[in-house]
Design a protein around this ligand. Structure first.
Ligand code: NAP
Length: 284
């Protein structure tokens, strides 16, 4: 609640945005913590992201989540006041105003890590293949390395973008160079304990064109996209011998919880929200 007695205003900006579950998640977290808030979906025009953000905060908005395809633009907008996570990621998914200045953080990495731990596939000591090099992939590379994965390779349809992501990470932390690789999708070969799909292909029911034989014994296939039925990537992974499969619903709730903590100073309980969302997904 703001000092004027009206609930504080939050939202998520993307294009498209209709599919977003963030309002449900934040409103449920708010009820858990007895915090009165509003949280809305905001469709920004593809060429109008900055204006949308400025209007929202100009009208007294308190915080925004940012989703596809604007995380890199959000990074630029908050460039003067970034958390270390956001600076290392080069992408922002959480914005807030403090003392009249726009601040940015990236909570995708924390969301992914807490979900991998919840699933019993923490990355420590594991070989990890990360498919995709957009805003979501950027947010998780350094947290995965930090969590102690043995090696990480980033592959992308546009190989140059994967190389750029690796170069950015190594520039920030040169010690990563030996454990971090990059290439095109055809350079994904090897045996991996965890294969993470950070492409948006599953939104269009298209799996990335990966070579066969990627999954080590007991490996996990993880798709950042979530759906009521197994995504195109998870079906491909099962066909190629992945022992375990999970979608990104837990990551979604985990990144939202970390954003909620930034805005409200409280860590919500994610499990009941995750269970409610999973039920809702099956009935819609
Ligand atoms: P983005 O910045 O637009 O990047 C899209 C990525 O997908 C690029 O690497 C792109 O490759 C690749 N791609 C798209 N279509 C492809 C195809 N048919 N085959 C192979 N690669 C393809 O998007 P983003 O922000 O990184 O988000 C990626 C996905 O993660 C989205 O679906 C988003 O919903 C999901 N996500 C989920 C969570 C969660 O909490 N669960 C959090 C963040 C993101 P090119 O570079 O070659 O174009």
């Amino acid at each position: 609640m703001s000092s004027s007695g009206t609930p504080k205003r939050y939202g998520v900006v993307g294009h498209p945005i209709a599919q977003s579950r963030s309002p449900f998640i934040h409103q449920t977290f708010g009820r858990q913590a007895a915090i009165d808030l509003t949280y809305e979906k905001i469709l920004a025009p593809l060429d109008g992201f900055a204006q949308t953000v400025h209007e929202f905060f100009g009208q007294g908005g308190a915080g925004l989540n940012i989703t596809v395809p604007f995380k890199e633009q959000a990074f630029e907008l908050a460039r003067a006041h970034l958390s270390e996570r956001a600076r290392l990621a080069g992408a922002v998914n959480t914005l807030w105003m403090r003392d009249g200045r726009l601040h940015g953080c990236n909570t995708d990495g924390v969301g992914l890590l807490t979900d991998l731990e919840r699933l019993g596939h923490g990355p420590k000591g594991k070989s990890v293949l990360l498919v995709g090099a957009g805003g979501a992939a950027k947010g998780v590379v350094l947290p995965l390395m930090d969590a102690g994965c043995a090696r990480l390779r980033v592959v992308n349809r546009t190989a140059a973008r994967a190389h750029g992501l690796r170069a950015h990470a190594v520039e920030q932390l040169p010690a990563l160079a030996d454990r971090l690789g990059a290439g095109g999708l055809d350079e994904a070969g090897g045996q991996w304990d965890i294969v993470i799909n950070a492409t948006s292909g599953s939104l269009h029911d298209t799996p990335p064109e990966l070579p066969p034989g990627l999954y080590a014994q007991g490996a996990l296939a993880y798709d950042m996209v979530y759906a009521a039925a197994p995504t195109a990537f998870l079906r491909q992974a099962r066909d190629q011998g992945a022992a375990h499969a999970a979608d990104g619903l837990g990551m979604l709730v985990g990144q939202a919880a970390a954003a909620f903590r930034i805005w409200h100073g409280l860590m919500p309980d994610v499990q009941p929200v995750l269970e409610a969302l999973r039920r809702e997904l099956h009935y819609t």
